[in-house]
Design a protein around this ligand. Structure first.
Ligand code: WTA
Length: 656
């Protein structure tokens, strides 16, 4: 039996939500368009500036745009001092929940104090303005504290996701010439203590320049690994004790001074060091937190991402704290000790706004609704997703089982490079269409074009482009202006021109747009399959497969095919209880057939218990392509579960 759930294709925001929303007047779209780029003063106005900026946008040298020129500000001041001064010092800034159930609450005053002390400690270690400080830490409060301390003294941070390998740490420290590291002894995963310092030390051994100082947080206490610190390594608590009660004046940063570097993977080669700046990034993170996440200071807001990714930077740390709200941080995994852990946290803290990733939602679906049903989720007012397309079935499940049918959902498209959200509905204004992210935000000029840059008709797949700059955009790739141009601009710009209208940002995503201007993201362009000359988004096919009853997750790749050029290979995880279903294979093929058309019918369907995923949770399609093509397997070292690839391979061989 086919299950394409209800036919409902559009949802309106509930009246209660609209009545209280930060942004609820649809004229904002026209207002921003008519008043561009001055419209972005709205974002800058959410911050306190030491010196007012002169020009909103300096576009005289595209694509090296400057925002809020000559403006001076400090991000740590904006996230802390001003709230302390404004009478909100006793409001909780961070509510942290450890995996084992311990909790810590930092009021704005507490956070202010500890950030000041750590700023003093960093200075005492020799950190000066513009030195890049690498932070290799899991989800513990010392991570945002270190970030804000760096921001306070004008030292850009480069956060390396704790799940990354020693080699990844070394590569990033080398690339950024970073001489300072803050890390920790270890952390907990599913109840076990992990040795993090061992990995950090191995990484340090691969750094090709002198490392001045390493600060080590003692996360594990008595569960620690009893290792002596090296000569240049210092205990976090000792340093804070040495600087007990110290205050550090926030350094005045130019709006265009770097706030942080964030490494992200490209299609090939070395990771790219995405450079964000103080004024543009912070205003954009604050503005989107206000307009899209609808954050108010009184809220308890929770983004379940890891701060090691851009989502955590913008929407756990900088955006929410700039707005003076309470941001929740959780150290562990969603299924420890039980599959209701996240809902337990929502209940415990009365979370108002919850922001997560579709991959998590698919896991919740697989585990079943009994877990959210056992908890009181009635505090929730708004839900969000980010990171990959959400298929309509998962959207509706989230809407019904987490939001009780009463919370708007924002499906937010953006990237490490964009700094903040770009395409999404505004929750107090727009109709929601499950599966489509929505229109570009006010002031964002995005289009869907063909290979020549001409706009495609509604409903046709094309390439997403952004035709005007925005404050949160990356400014360049660290020490690599050339690659900045070649990766993001060359494709659709006239690179000889000084006219900003000739410069178009290319995010490397495929997308389509409907007659109402709603954009559906089809996935990275490198994930697009060309079957008999027809361009198919792997994500679109996956969405179709995930729409079939009994499918928990699916990954689709293109495998070479003699006649069609490429053919669709599908790797499918079934929901518990469906393993032995005899017509499953056929139902999947028919599901794809019905949702997209015969052209997208999978050539092969392989059932597998897991998909190869990077540590950030992204499916490694490249490896599945190798399997599909019978090629030698590419590098599996960045996988969280390398063993699964061979298992899948042997299944494919057994089937064929
Ligand atoms: C994808 C994460 C569909 C997209 C913030 C983009 C999405 C890449 C969505 C950036 C969404 C992100 N719908 N796809 N709502 N959000 N993506 O840099 O392919 O880790 O280019 O930033 O994720 O990933 P990144």
């Amino acid at each position: 039996m086919e299950t394409r759930l209800e036919d409902e294709v559009a949802f309106e925001p509930p009246e209660d939500f609209v009545a209280q929303a930060n942004v609820s007047d649809s004229s904002i779209y026209d207002e921003f368009a008519a008043n561009w780029p001055e419209c972005w003063e709205r974002a800058a106005d959410l911050l306190d500036w030491d010196d007012e900026y002169e020009q909103v946008l300096d576009d005289s040298n595209p694509p090296f745009y400057k925002w809020f020129t000559e403006g001076k500000l400090n991000a740590s001041y904006n996230c802390l001092d001003r709230h302390v001064e404004n009478g909100d010092k006793n409001r909780a800034a961070i509510k942290w929940e450890g995996e084992l159930g311990e909790t810590r609450t930092y009021t704005y005053q507490d956070l202010y104090r500890e950030v000041n002390e750590f700023s003093a400690a960093l200075r005492a270690q020799g950190v000066e303005e513009d030195d890049v400080v690498t932070l290799y830490m899991p989800m513990i409060p010392e991570l945002p504290i270190a970030m804000l301390a760096c921001a306070r003294i004008g030292a850009p941070h480069s956060v390396v996701f704790a799940g990354f390998s020693a080699e990844a740490l070394a590569t990033r420290m080398n690339s950024a010439d970073s001489e300072y590291l803050v890390t920790c002894d270890g952390y907990y995963r599913r109840g076990d203590s992990l040795d993090h310092l061992d990995k950090a030390n191995e990484g340090l051994d691969g750094v090709d320049h002198d490392v001045e100082s390493v600060v080590v947080v003692d996360r594990l206490g008595g569960d620690g690994f009893d290792r002596d610190l090296r000569d240049n390594q210092h205990d976090w608590d000792d340093l804070l004790a040495e600087h007990d009660g110290h205050r550090v004046e926030p350094v005045e940063r130019d709006a265009e001074d770097m706030i942080f570097l964030m490494y992200t993977s490209g299609t090939t080669g070395q990771p790219k060091g995405v450079k964000h700046t103080t004024g543009g990034y912070l205003s954009y993170a604050a503005w989107t937190s206000h307009a899209v996440l609808d954050i108010e200071p009184e809220d308890t807001y929770w983004c379940s991402a890891d701060i090691g990714w851009i989502t955590g930077h913008s929407y756990i740390v900088y955006g929410p704290l700039a707005l003076g709200t309470t941001t929740v941080m959780y150290e562990g995994t969603p299924d420890y000790p039980e599959c209701d852990r996240l809902w337990e946290i929502v209940e415990k803290y009365s979370v108002d706004i919850f922001y997560t990733a579709p991959t998590a939602i698919r896991a919740f679906m697989k585990w079943g609704e009994k877990f959210p049903e056992s908890r009181d989720l009635s505090s929730l007012r708004l839900l969000g997703t980010v990171g990959e397309p959400i298929n309509p079935r998962a959207w509706k499940w989230y809407h019904e089982h987490i939001g009780n049918g009463e919370c708007p959902i924002v499906d937010t498209w953006w990237q490490t490079e964009t700094g903040g959200m770009m395409i999404t509905t505004l929750p107090g204004i727009s109709t929601m269409k499950p599966g489509a992210a929505g229109p570009p935000l006010p002031g964002i000029d995005a289009q869907i074009v063909d290979t020549t840059g001409d706009e495609v008709e509604a409903g046709r797949a094309g390439y997403l482009t952004v035709n005007k700059p925005w404050p949160g955009m990356l400014r360049t790739l660290y020490n690599n202006d050339e690659r900045y141009i070649s990766e993001y601009w060359e494709e659709y710009s006239d690179t000889d021109s000084d006219d900003p209208d000739d410069w178009v940002y290319f995010p490397e995503d495929g997308a389509k747009i409907d007659a109402d201007g709603y954009i559906t993201i089809l996935g990275r362009v490198d994930d697009v399959i060309n079957v008999s000359g027809h361009r198919l988004g792997t994500m679109e096919i996956e969405s179709a497969i995930v729409g079939v009853e009994g499918v928990a997750e699916a990954a689709v790749v293109g495998g070479t095919h003699d006649i069609k050029g490429e053919a669709v290979y599908a790797y499918v995880i079934t929901e518990d209880g469906y393993e032995g279903d005899s017509d499953f294979h056929e139902r999947i093929i028919e599901g794809v057939n019905d949702a997209i058309g015969p052209i997208a019918r999978p050539e092969e369907v392989v059932f597998t218990p897991e998909l190869p995923k990077t540590r950030s949770g992204k499916i490694m399609r490249r490896l599945l392509e190798d399997v599909a093509n019978g090629d030698e397997l590419g590098n599996t070292s960045t996988l969280r579960n390398p063993e699964i690839v061979e298992e899948i391979e042997s299944k494919v061989n057994a089937q064929s």
